[in-house]
Ligand binder design. Structure first.
Ligand code: GLN
Length: 546
């Protein structure tokens, strides 16, 4: 029988509920428990796939093609497990499923209601995650208690405890303990949010208090009294110097031990081994080198839109004891910035994924500049596409080359719609999504980076390299260094005579882990280090270019 931990939030959004849940997941995993995680999002969108990353943050793609909330990225990176699309659902998804059942006649003419039909659907969803291979399911509820949309979810998880037995469920509530200018820490918001939770029938077992200063024993006693939990159930989650330290902070506060006891998990037979995570934190704390990486994108004022790219870069940095200093470069401004110190001083450039024409010309220019000035450059999905466009325009004498996504009338669509996308009209869940294999070219830089000729990466795109231009672009030096196993789709491009100019149609950032940097990001940071530390780069032989 699996155990369930439900994580709710109060007082304010953006308190780091996802990271707290992930950290607990990691701690339980360090106790040898098999952990899975899921997020229930109360908004009406069916999934985050069609939501604006500039507002909502990155869409995290699971191996099985789910377009999910960015918190799933935290989950995967912290618990080091691949999660599936059933690890994220929303009000919209739940209602769609209930309405489909109603249309099929599954409810036999009964009135369909939030309770029991919607709450049952939510509970079924959660139950699906529990199987013989899972000891603990951690379920994060998006939003905060008191939100209108959250009510059915809170009701469902309240019922859940009765369904599966009290001893199998732990409710963890995350709140904020603000520090006022008067120099006092205030417990009132915590009391109010716990009162709100209790008014819905849920008495939290554990209260995790986020604060910028540690919470005193006195304050813990007060929260314990007023919220009716034991002293050891009040956990002070003080701001940590890095997100990787959160598991250690929570362990020091006894969170995982208390949760085990609440769930009847024998602590003695599951002693914790934190050594691997402590080793990671040691690395994170002792970065002695530094590189400056420019990220050329269109959501630069919302770094969460590129969460996994940043994490993959940082992880590659940890591998080399290197701090990654990020320069967020608005793609639309690139044409004005080329040749300025700001660009010259970069040790490397990432061109991440994206949709829509805004900023694309700047990305093409950045790819070309990096190519001609031997600056390491990594193109991810859209990044590969702009790299191909830059080679077509600058080297293959196709000045109007473009992707059909950005110029439907281009005479040279070097990037074109995939045939199976031609008749797609719906936006959500209709792209080429999830894991696909690629065969790498022996001797290529990517095959050397990966150390193998067969790789699997996650995808999310509608457009692809147009094979009609392959011979022409290869003739001027573009190396198609990886394709789908049947050879039809170009998955990787690179240049032979460049320190690192590699594009992939995939999103390798989703598979990187903090203590296991992704090979492409690792080699990219190695190339950036060469540049930063003045080692001789293998300069591009411009004479060879027609
Ligand atoms: N917009 C491009 C496409 O659909 C790239 C997508 C992406 O970068 N994820 O093909």
């Amino acid at each position: 029988m699996s155990k369930f931990i439900f994580v709710t939030g109060g007082v304010s959004s953006s308190l780091g509920k996802g990271l707290t849940a992930s950290s607990l997941g990691r701690l339980l995993k360090c106790r040898g428990l098999r952990v899975t995680m899921c997020k229930l999002d109360p908004y009406i969108n069916v999934d985050p796939g069609t939501m604006n990353p500039g507002e909502h943050g990155e869409v995290f793609v699971t191996h099985d093609g789910g377009e999910t909330d960015l918190d799933l990225g935290h989950y995967e990176r912290f618990i080091d497990e691949d999660l599936g699309q059933n690890s994220n659902t929303t009000t919209g998804w739940i209602y769609r499923s209930v309405i489909e059942k109603e249309r099929r006649g599954d409810f036999l003419g009964r009135t369909v209601q939030v309770i029991p039909h919607v709450t049952d659907e939510i509970k079924d969803w959660v139950r699906l995650l529990a199987d013989d291979d899972v000891d603990v399911v951690i379920v994060e509820i998006g939003g905060t208690v008191g939100d209108i949309e959250i009510v059915p979810f809170i009701e469902a998880i309240r019922q859940f405890r009765r369904d599966v037995g009290r001893e199998n469920v732990c409710y963890m509530h995350l709140t904020l303990v603000p520090y006022l200018v008067t120099g006092e820490q205030k417990t009132k918001p915590t009391q109010h949010s716990v009162t709100e939770l209790r008014s819905r029938g849920i008495q939290p077992d554990v209260i995790v208090c986020r604060s910028d200063k540690p919470i005193s024993e006195n304050l813990k006693r007060k929260i314990s009294n007023l919220c009716d939990v034991s002293m050891e159930a009040v956990v002070s989650a003080v701001d940590a110097p890095s997100i990787y330290e959160i598991p250690l902070v929570l362990h020091d506060q006894g969170l995982d031990g208390f949760v085990c006891r609440t769930l009847g998990i024998d602590e003695a037979s599951h002693p914790i081994d934190l050594s691997q995570w402590e080793e990671l934190v040691r690395r994170v704390e002792s970065l002695s080198r530094r590189v400056k990486v420019g990220i050329v994108g269109k959501y630069v004022s919302m770094p969460d839109a590129y969460m996994s790219v940043v994490e993959a870069l940082r992880s590659a940095g940890f591998h080399y004891g290197t701090e990654i200093e990020l320069d967020w470069i608005d793609a639309e401004k690139v044409p004005d910035l080329l040749g300025t110190d700001r660009i010259r001083q970069l040790d490397a450039i990432v061109i991440p994924g994206g949709f829509g024409v805004r900023g694309v010309e700047g990305m093409v220019a950045a790819a070309g500049y990096a190519r001609d000035h031997a600056i390491p450059c990594l193109g991810l999905c859209l990044g590969l596409q702009v790299m191909v466009i830059s080679v077509a325009r600058d080297w293959a004498n196709l000045p109007r080359a473009n992707s059909r996504e950005f110029d439907s009338l281009t005479p040279d669509p070097v990037i074109d719609l995939m045939p199976d996308q031609a008749h797609v009209t719906d936006k959500g869940g209709t792209m080429r999504l999830g894991s696909y294999q690629a065969a790498l070219l022996p001797g290529s830089k990517v095959s050397e980076a990966y150390g193998t000729l067969g790789v699997t990466e996650r995808h999310r795109h509608r457009f692809e390299f147009n094979n009609k231009y392959r011979t022409r672009l290869e003739a001027v030096g573009l190396v198609c260094s990886g394709t789908s196993p049947d050879g039809r789709l170009v998955e990787f491009v690179e240049l032979a005579d460049h320190p690192f100019w590699i594009g992939t149609q995939a999103h390798p950032e989703f598979k990187s882990r903090p203590d296991r940097a992704h090979p492409l990001f690792r080699e990219f940071v190695a190339a950036a280090l060469d540049r930063a530390e003045g080692r001789e780069p293998h300069l591009l032989d411009l004479d060879r270019v027609p």
